[in-house]
Write a protein that binds this ligand. Structure first.
Ligand code: GLN
Length: 445
């Protein structure tokens, strides 16, 4: 049924960049045989799903929606896909994304951006736009995405679904094609908080292949039924600046729901949030410029056909293979790392990163979790992000802080704007406290 829906809807939604029908049917048949034999099934066994196009799958296209990796099929599986395969997951295909996960609308994808099922004139968000579009429209039961500065939560918010960015290090990134390694984290996009909790508990395992991966510090599913009576919901004023009026109204209603559930609202302030955007875009671009150095026409993907020498070959391959946004970030990242500017930009941003981390640490002495908008607005119409890159970067203001400090956050649908487009709220927890935010999300639902 899912494959039929994908066939029917995908031309319209552009959620999938590659459909793995044979793999899906083979996995489903295996589960059928187990069912027929009366064997019990695991929590994700037989459930049809999609992986973002930057998660390595052996023998299956993993091109990050970039021309430079066109036709690239990895020789190994990412850790998350190893776990899911062992547990009997059914892979329907790879989902659309911004090129190398750089973007907020999925429009930098070489396939064109995934469309929003609530209004196909609007983007599904980015960078994991394909997964959000697929889950929202019933083209997959869940998706696995990556979040460097909001790429799971922002598309989840735009498409009216749940998206979880786990604590940095909770889920292995072995086999995730790197964008900005000190920010990247893998997580689920799902229909509800309970599904996200099940997936978090399955995926968060220690992995010796990713030295930053320590696994989960909590179990999310057993915590889902806890009462919110007496819990303190932090409201940091800085997150509520400059919201679209409909988003503000939806967030105010969400606060009332929490009061109704017995929680206490705690107004507070995190002034350091004002540094988050420049810190993120300086450090993420610096790391990207280094990570993307490997695409030289020799090791992976495409290679220029006519060239005069090795430097010319590399230049021609990269000029043809990378899109405009990726080039912009490589140039910006190279600039902030260059000898004359390192202290003024990169080093300063690192110092501010520490300051922001300290600020967030003290916040969780005042509250159990933070409630904030996921994005200051609802989904953009197509073409919006092409007009002004900086204005687009600014819409990431509510999502990037937790990536800077490594904290977990979940986006949960909390209403609609006047045009019927979904609004998302974000619940942010202390390090290792996916249980608290997923419980709060589940109680809200
Ligand atoms: N929109 C942000 C960026 O363009 C975040 C992307 C992401 O999380 N991968 O960098």
């Amino acid at each position: 049924r899912y494959l039929q829906t994908v066939q029917r809807e995908n031309d319209d939604l552009r959620a999938y960049t590659c459909v793995t029908e044979k793999t899906a049917l083979a996995a489903a048949e295996k589960v059928d045989r187990k069912l027929a034999a009366g064997e019990p099934l695991g929590p994700v066994e037989g459930v049809p799903m999609t992986l973002k196009a930057n998660i390595s799958t052996r023998g299956i296209d993993t091109d990050c929606c970039s021309r430079i990796l066109s036709g690239y099929r990895p020789v190994y599986d990412a850790a998350v896909w190893q776990i899911l395969q062992q547990q009997g997951a059914v892979l329907l295909g790879k989902s659309n994304m911004d090129e190398f996960a750089m973007g907020s609308s999925c429009e930098t994808s070489c396939y064109g951006g995934a469309r929003n099922p609530h209004n196909t004139g609007c983007v599904a968000g980015g960078s994991s736009g394909g997964a959000a579009s697929a889950v929202s429209a019933g083209l997959a039961a869940y998706g696995i995405g990556s979040d460097t500065g909001g790429s799971i939560r922002q598309p989840a918010s735009f498409c009216g679904i749940v998206g979880l960015k786990p604590t940095y290090g909770a889920v292995s990134r072995y086999g995730l094609i790197a964008y900005a390694s000190s920010f990247d984290q893998i997580g689920p996009l799902a229909n509800c908080a309970e599904d996200a909790a099940i997936l978090f508990d399955v995926l968060s395992q220690k992995d010796p292949c990713d030295s930053t991966c320590t696994g989960a510090r909590c179990a999310a599913v057993p915590a889902l039924q806890q009462s919110l009576k007496g819990k303190r919901v932090g409201l940091a004023a800085e997150y509520f600046d400059g919201l679209q009026p409909d988003v503000q109204v939806a967030l105010e209603q969400a606060q009332k729901v929490y009061q109704g559930l017995g929680a206490e609202l705690v107004p507070l302030s995190i002034p350091e949030i004002k540094y988050a955007l420049p810190v993120y875009y300086i450090l993420a671009c610096a790391e990207a410029s280094s990570n993307l150095g490997r695409y030289d026409g020799i090791r992976y993907g495409i290679k220029a056909e006519h060239y005069t020498g090795v430097n010319d070959m590399i230049a021609k391959t990269r000029s043809a293979g990378f899109g405009k946004e990726v080039k912009r970030r490589i140039l910006l990242g190279t600039y902030v790392l260059s000898a004359g500017y390192y202290d003024a930009y990169y080093k300063k941003a690192q110092m501010l990163r520490r300051k922001i981390r300290h600020a967030f640490e003290s916040v969780f002495q005042q509250c159990d979790f933070l409630l904030a908008p996921t994005v200051p607005r609802t989904a953009f119409p197509f073409g919006f992000t092409a007009q002004d890159a900086v204005e687009t970067y600014q819409t990431d203001i509510c999502t990037v802080p937790v990536n800077i400090v490594g904290l977990p956050a979940v986006s949960v649908p909390c209403g609609f704007d006047g045009q019927g487009m979904p609004v998302g709220m974000q619940l942010i927890g202390g390090a290792g406290h996916e249980d608290i935010i997923l419980n709060a999300a589940h109680q809200y639902e």
